[in-house]
Design a protein around this ligand. Structure first.
Ligand SMILES: [Zn+2]
Length: 352
């Protein structure tokens, strides 16, 4: 099976989050062509390779993409190959990773199969932090290690920031703007926004650094001639494993006067011991690579307690952009990379 042609097929089938059925059907056919027993549950698809004994390694990437969006100069769903690049929505994020994982696993188990089992899983709704991998993982035996396929230039991410979303509401008292008086909630929020600059994190994670804080939205007042009695702003905090979300919430509460409510803390920070065999396998598969900490989310958040690396061909900065592409050379390097990673992981596990 040809990697470029499989990827082009996948890209030609639109698969915005929630609408992955057709692309899953194409993948099901690919699994069958490879002689794999494909198991479909909802819009997730997986197959087990190898019969053990030995550890279970999960290889996962996602089938959904963000919407095509504007400003493309190429067909977003045509998978045009030009100048060594394959263009189209999802080439880089993450159908290229998925294609490389499938063909890398097929190569590893094609001959001289390692002793151990791999589960290749193509899951839905990653771009909306939906129920794809989160629901599949509940149906699978617990993996001993996992690889999340996302475009990282084949550099292994060994930690990933989490997301804590807060809403901070100021309650004032309305009055006629011309007469004055009342308590202006927008002004109260303005003071709280500035007070957040005092949010300090003493502990810096070796690869992730400190949590980041961004006041991303603010909304107050209903009309120009009324002193606003309510203002709400949203704070996007990217967390590290050094701080529990509750701890950060307490720090925020100590700084602001408004009412703090947690909109989401479901997507926690995760990290893997850099000496774990799955990290060593990723480094062995790409000598010269360096482990790093990733600020962006992925389905890794749903693999708490499973040693994981996030790694794949492509460049995260091309994701979600017009004229998204993956180089054919990157795709082919990805296939070889995942094959070597699988072999190194099981060789290391056999020695351990
Ligand atoms: Zn992705």
């Amino acid at each position: 099976m040809n990697a470029v042609e499989l990827l082009r097929d996948l890209v030609r089938i639109p698969s915005e989050s929630g609408k992955e059925d057709a692309v899953v059907a194409r993948l099901e056919a690919a699994f069958k062509d490879l002689g794999w027993k494909a198991v479909r549950s909802g819009r997730n698809l997986h197959a087990f390779l190898g019969d053990g004994p030995g550890p279970l390694l999960l290889l996962n990437s996602h089938t959904d993409t963000v919407p095509v969006g504007a400003n493309w100069t190429r067909g977003a769903l045509e998978a045009e190959v030009s100048g060594g690049r394959i263009y189209g929505r999802g080439t880089n994020d993450a159908k290229g990773c998925l294609t490389a994982m499938i063909l890398g696993a097929a190569a590893a188990f094609g001959k001289d199969a390692p002793r151990g089992r791999v589960c290749v899983a193509a899951t839905c709704e990653e771009e909306i932090n939906g129920k794809g991998l989160e629901s599949l993982i509940a149906e699978l035996p617990k993996p001993d290690a996992a690889v999340i396929g996302e475009p990282t230039g084949l550099q292994p991410a060994v930690a990933q920031k989490g997301l804590l979303l807060l809403e901070i509401t100021a309650h004032g008292r309305s009055a006629h703007a011309a007469w004055g008086g009342g308590v202006n909630a927008v002004e109260l929020s303005a003071k709280d926004v500035l007070a957040l600059a005092g949010l300090k994190f003493e502990t810096s994670h070796p690869t992730l650094g400190s949590p980041s804080v961004c006041v991303a939205q603010i909304n107050g007042g209903t009309r120009h001639n009324v002193v606003p009695d309510r203002c709400v702003f949203v704070v996007d905090i990217r967390t590290t494993p050094d701080y529990a979300p509750e701890e950060i919430v307490e720090k925020v509460k100590a700084l602001v006067k408004g009412e703090v409510s947690v909109r989401s803390k479901r997507l926690g920070a995760v990290a893997t011991d850099p000496g774990h065999p799955i990290v060593r396998a990723a480094l062995a598969a790409n000598p010269g690579a360096a482990p790093y900490g990733s600020p962006t989310l992925s389905d890794w958040v749903f693999l708490k307690g499973v040693p994981t690396v996030k790694v794949g061909p492509g460049d995260s900065k091309r994701s979600h952009t017009p004229d998204e592409y993956l180089e054919t050379a990157e795709l082919e390097a990805g296939v070889g990379f995942y094959e070597r990673l699988i072999r190194s992981y099981f060789a290391g596990a056999a020695r351990a």
